[in-house]
Design a protein around this ligand. Structure first.
Ligand SMILES: [Zn+2]
Length: 375
């Protein structure tokens, strides 16, 4: 009996010490992992810098402040490509240092390939899973779980990934909500940078019940479901009098396509936004977006269109180019786009670089100076 007790105690001690050492080893490994991942500090700029990155037919914009880095979309031109992510990675390393691999915030405007890439291959998945980027704060997304329109393969793959333990721990996904509380980019001197979300799934602050209630809910079984574009997040980044609008591929008309429907979200959002200095033109300059009312309300001094050379969508459309010209907005293109378009005096710039003065009173686009108007 006595021997049995002694043996049992010895066995317990042995088990305890084994489990302790395993725990310690695990802790050591996880600390080393974290330390390895977080060594990549970035040399951030002294003011607000925005780069519309040329990734071909798609969107990727980098916003850097003295305190943080925000990536808005990282698209790909085909499902098995990671060229968009390669380009974004090279811009981050060139501008903010070879070791820079910490992104504070990611905003995914909507779940289309040309904005988010394909899980397992490119886009934001590739940045985080293959290129070692760490998302320090969160990834903001539309409410893709409750509101579903044209759910394609990109959407379904991302949905499954975001709900998996790996996707949720690496991306820290959070559903976007209206207002300025979710993204804190800090200050430039005494001036606070504001990131104000004005549209989520067609909802806007002035119509909290839903600007377009017909796009809310699950429409996967509809004959003509709402376009994924309709759900795009819209937001305004401000510093002093400087304001820039982003709206993904938000639509500006009610129209039925071959297998889906577009809804005019822009007309509601226009009221929330008002005058801006820069418009990141919705939907690559598509004829379904940037409606007359939207341009009248926003009156952008500068408009930036991200479209690929010789794309098959006819982006940017002549109608939108003409409308921006009428509004005396200076247009910068990442690539020339559809060669049949008359782009007038627009500048084809590749990556479009914007630097805002510390108080927001002026800004440069590709080194040309502009002055901000009081809102
Ligand atoms: Zn797009």
């Amino acid at each position: 009996m006595r021997r049995t007790v002694v043996t049992l105690i010895a066995l317990m001690l042995l088990l305890f010490s084994v489990s302790c050492s395993t725990t310690n080893e695990r802790m050591a490994v996880s600390e080393a992992d974290t330390a390895g991942l977080e060594t990549g500090e970035c040399n951030l700029p002294s003011s607000l810098e925005i780069t519309a990155i040329d990734i071909g037919q798609g969107d990727a914009t980098l916003v850097a402040s003295p305190e943080s880095l925000l990536l808005v979309d990282c698209g790909e031109t085909s499902w098995n490509s990671h060229k968009g992510a390669d380009k974004v990675d090279s811009v981050i390393k060139t501008k903010y240092g070879e070791n820079c691999n910490v992104i504070d915030y990611v905003i995914i405007t909507h779940m289309h390939l040309d904005h988010v890439g394909y899980v397992g291959n490119g886009g934001i998945w590739d940045l985080v899973n293959n290129k070692g980027y760490v998302i320090r704060e969160k990834t903001l997304l539309r409410n893709y779980e409750d509101n579903v329109g044209t759910a394609d393969g990109t959407y379904e793959k991302w949905r499954a990934h975001l709900e998996s333990p790996e996707g949720s721990s690496r991306l820290e996904p959070v559903t976007a909500s209206l207002g300025s509380s979710q993204v804190d980019m800090g200050y430039v001197g005494q001036e606070k940078i504001d990131v104000r979300i004005v549209a989520v799934d067609g909802r806007t602050a002035s119509r909290p019940g839903g600007a377009r209630p017909e796009i809310l809910g699950d429409h996967r079984r509809d004959k003509y479901p709402p376009s994924e574009n309709d759900y795009s997040l819209g937001f305004v980044i401000s510093l002093g009098n400087f304001q820039m609008f982003f709206g993904g591929d938000m639509d500006g008309e009610d129209q039925r396509g071959p297998s889906f429907k577009y809804h005019d979200v822009e007309s509601f959002v226009a009221h929330e936004v008002g005058d801006v200095e820069i418009l990141r033109v919705n939907h690559h300059g598509s004829s379904h977006s940037t409606n007359h009312r939207f341009v009248q309300f926003l009156r952008p001094e500068v408009s930036i269109i991200s479209a690929g050379d010789s794309n098959t969508y006819g982006h940017p459309s002549q109608k939108v180019l003409n409308r921006l010209k009428e509004a005396r907005s200076e247009v910068y293109l990442t690539e020339r786009g559809d060669p049949s378009r008359d782009i007038g005096s627009a500048t084809v710039a590749g990556d479009v670089e914007i630097v805002v003065s510390p108080d927001g009173s002026s800004f440069t686009v590709e080194d040309k100076q502009y002055f901000s108007m009081p809102p």
